[in-house]
Write a protein that binds this ligand. Sequence first.
Ligand SMILES: Nc1ncnc2c1ncn2[C@@H]1O[C@H](COP(=O)(O)OP(=O)(O)OP(=O)(O)O)[C@@H](O)[C@H]1O
Length: 617
Amino acid sequence: MGFLMDGLDPEEYDRAYTDRQLVARIVRYFRPQARKMAIVAGATVLASLVDTAVPILIARSLDRLQANPVLSSLAGLAALISLLSATSWVFNATRRWLSTEAVADVVLHMREDAFDAVTARDLSFYDQFPSGKIVSRVNSDTQAFSQVITLSMDLLGQILLIILLISYLSFVSLRLTLILLGLAPLIVVAALAFRAMARRTITASRRVNATVSSHIQETISGIGVAKTFRRERAIYEEFLPVNEQSFQVTRRTRFVFSSIFPVLNMLAGIATALLVYFGGLTVQAGALTAGGWFLFIQGLQMFWFPLTSIASFWSQFQIGLAAGERVFALIDAEARVVQTGAEVIEQPRGDILFEDVGFTYKQPAGDELTGADRELPTANWVLRAFNLHISPGETLALVGHTGSGKSSIGKLIARFYEFQEGRILIDGHDIRALDLGAYRARLGIVTQTPFLFDGTVMENIRYGRPDASDAEVEQVARHVGGGDWIMSLPRGLATEAGERGANLSMGQRQIVALARVLLQDPAIVILDEATASIDPLTETLIQEGLDEVLAGRTAIVIAHRLSTVRTADRIVVLRQGEIIEQGDHEMLLARGGHYAELYNTYFRHQSLEYIEGVAAL
Ligand SMILES: Nc1ncnc2c1ncn2[C@@H]1O[C@H](COP(=O)(O)OP(=O)(O)OP(=O)(O)O)[C@@H](O)[C@H]1O
């Protein structure tokens, strides 16, 4: 499809399932619905039987009335048809209601599984795949899948109807039935011709929709930055080609789909003409009654509708299967962080040891780096043969230029990413053998820009330990920074934080994040300090909060503030993933090496002496 598919490549975790695998997977979801589905099957058979019976009844009555036109039998026929129609409605309604319920239930579970899989993914997964695309899989793809399952159930009913009708018609006139059947391959060929085209356009259409959603989502989340840099026009212009591509793909999809029906209708017209002609000849020859002829023409409509439906269903079926495939691929995406055990450290002391650790972000999913891969260009390794021991209770400040690997060390301790070489030991236990849930429960992480959820401040703090009582949350909140900060909130801890904490100041957000960690009472704290400068009052407040959080715990601080490096037990200076110096502030400063240089270019500006010096000028 050339340019239509440009830039719409499958995701790295997409995979092709065989039809058998797909069906097995779908059947597994339907297993709990077995009872409902059995009733649906029964109702489908009964509805098809009744629906076939009506035209047969009319045809036979026609012949009888022709021979003996009595008013009472006409009234009886009308009553019987009404009764059969009502019965058909009951069966069809039962079938639809129950199947809708069953499908809704299946989609519910599928969405749960997809969402569960998404939340379980490692952070590296989110680096690679924008949230918009993931949202589209969990949301629209499951929806498309449910539609196709409902359609397939209708299809089964239709097929049954065709079988019953054809069987009956073959008794009435074998010759005419064969003509009817002889035309069926034409429809099937037309349907198959559309099939491949439909599947391709549908896949393109899904991908392009995901791309558009993801583009909009990314733009909206970064709109603040865009406005600051007056980039509104530029992002609008970036949106245009994405939208244009979406338009082209959608147009193409609509074109393919709208071509199906006219072609099928034309074929139906030819078939009707043939049957009318040959049916008339048969009646003339006395081999068919008028009722039989009527039944054939009526039957043709009944036969044609399901057959064209099957043909159009087929492409719909492709849509649903492609969507199902995408959801399953999301559920099955391989974890990169692989745990080999589930050890629980009862009382973690917070002893951390990196032993010859090698780490790169460039590892392909699910693969170990072997042989030639080990010779990745040096530039791709973030850490190589990296050794570091952090003692229990130690506050370690990591410093170094941007990109030197500070955050990566924090991410490895948090086990957010898989490393490729060496070992990381926590209290002597291999980090790979730990029960991640239990381990992370004792790990406190404060990110640079603390993320608060839409909810009250109290709820945000409780996020650290959902079972904490109001009193416990309040006690922790009062502990951080002396608790004065709560007064500055309009409704105290009941203040709504707003989306991403928008209603709170940066400093307040930091404090809430610290309180959240404090409530969790972690053994190890990873703190990524904000680089943005803050006013001295907030700085003092945060420092007090930090003192609480760091006291008695092992802390790894990606340090950006002078007060932190000054008070840290040890400073580790990194350059391109290597430790080039370590020691305390005074010692490193006296040494006049890389740290001293960093201090002079970065940290010194934050010192009181420097600020006073500038003020005095
Ligand atoms: N998610 C990622 N995917 C691929 N490469 C990454 C990712 N995160 C970081 N890197 C790369 O890894 C290297 C180390 O990055 P890291 O974030 O650890 O540095 P840092 O010292 O914390 O930098 P900063 O002070 O700017 O946060 C950099 O070259 C960076 O480009």
